[in-house]
Design a protein around this ligand. Structure first.
Ligand code: ADP
Ligand code: MG
Length: 377
């Protein structure tokens, strides 16, 4: 399939000297205020040509507002949007040369697939024969050749979304924006489309901002993820950086799951410890810049805790309170001394299946499995 996409890309018509090349896209202190709501709060992003960036955050965190300002459908209160260094913040949408896939497909229901895809080209006054060829190639790109004469209502949800993507890409924009494009699809199809969109994006090398509230989708597709909260970017990094080194409780619990431990930093014999209020000492990675005695929080991923074995510097006895079987993994809610609850996640194996509710177990983990949180809480 990859080979087909590449072949198609090479024959697609160029729409300008930079066709096929993603643009550098910079958002600088981009802000939108509605009354007393700051929907986007000094959003700053520097996106490299061809990079795939995802805005990830809960509902109401400012993702759509940010995207709509880049697309030109929302006028910024302040800030700049630079495409290859040129400020486009106050240009109308159709003069921005940006492809957009909306949340709810927004195909024109009374137009055929071909007419839908041709629409942006007609707006740009392309000659008819070039339009026909471009539509055909765009349909090949999204693997719907021969669908020209269908109407949107004759297509499945996944097919409609491919047409929306074809329409966004047909004029070969250097920037592509997508707002929760897969939200209406079922899980299996969504996962297929994630990879397909990613492959098309890579083959065109088109600079992309993708919006989702689904952390798995963000981890699967993105070069970098910007986690948004209350209109602000809380943290930005590669999927791995965000998962392994979350800066705040918000990020550590929005991307994956985490246990949190709070206490004072203590140093002894060259090792660092977190000491809880009730005197529990937990080995943690050291943070040289923090003074001993400082109040700290660490995040500990459930899958980093080992059940029934002693591995690493930290170990404790606990009682299994709940067992949640989720297929490939099993989650255990365990209670430690001092009424502390932790979540432990283990791959489902015969050994893990033997554990029973109410049983006493040993847990352990390494100091370096805990991540010291430094962002706002
Ligand atoms: P998201 O896409 O992350 O769910 P939005 O960008 O849609 O978030 O919304 C961010 C905030 O701005 C929300 O509090 C929302 O209610 C508010 N908001 C968005 N659009 C408008 C608007 N046109 N008028 C007033 N408030 C708005
Ligand atoms: Mg939205």
């Amino acid at each position: 399939m990859d080979g087909d996409v590449m072949a198609t890309v090479k024959t697609m018509p160029a729409s300008g000297p930079e066709a096929g090349l993603g643009a550098r896209l910079q958002l600088i202190e981009l802000t939108k205020v509605y009354g007393d709501v700051v929907a986007a709060d000094r959003v700053t992003l520097d996106i490299a040509p061809g990079e795939f960036i995802t805005l990830l955050g809960p509902s109401g965190s400012g993702k759509t507002t940010t995207l709509m300002m880049v697309a030109g459908f929302v006028i910024p209160t302040s800030g700049q949007i630079l495409v290859n260094g040129e400020d486009i913040a106050f240009r109308p949408p159709h003069k921005r040369n940006i492809g957009m896939v909306f949340q709810n497909y927004a195909l024109f229901p009374h137009m055929t697939v071909a007419e839908n895809i041709a629409f942006p080209l007609k707006m740009r006054k392309w000659p008819r024969d070039r339009i026909e060829q471009a539509v055909r190639e765009a349909l090949q790109l999204v693997r719907l050749p021969g669908f020209e004469q269908r109407y949107p209502r004759q297509l499945s949800g996944g097919q409609q979304q491919r047409v929306a993507l074809a329409r966004a890409l047909v004029f070969r924009p250097p920037v592509l924006l997508m707002d929760e494009p897969l939200g209406a699809l079922d899980k299996k199809l969504r996962e297929e489309m994630q990879l397909e969109i990613k492959h098309i994006q890579e083959s065109l090398n088109i600079t992309t901002i993708y919006v989702t509230h689904d952390q798995e989708e963000a981890l699967t597709m993105s070069d970098r993820i910007a986690v948004m909260r209350d209109g602000r970017i809380e943290q930005i990094g590669t999927p791995r950086e965000l998962y392994e080194q979350p800066a705040s409780e918000f990020v550590a619990s929005f991307i994956g799951e985490s246990n949190f431990l709070m206490g004072r930093l203590e140093r002894r014999d060259g090792h660092a410890y977190l000491v809880t209020e009730d005197g529990w000492r937990v080995a943690i990675p050291d943070a040289e810049d923090l003074p001993a005695g400082e109040q700290v929080t660490v995040a500990l991923r459930p899958e980093r805790i080992v059940l029934g074995e002693r591995r690493g510097e930290n170990h404790a006895e606990a009682t299994i309170e709940e067992i949640i079987y989720v297929g490939e993994a099993t989650k255990f809610r365990v209670r430690l001394l001092g009424d502390r609850l932790l979540t432990v996640k283990q791959p489902s194996r015969l050994e893990t299946m033997r554990w029973q509710r109410g049983e006493r177990v040993l847990l352990s983990w390494r100091a370096e499995d805990a991540v010291l949180l430094r962002g706002r809480h």
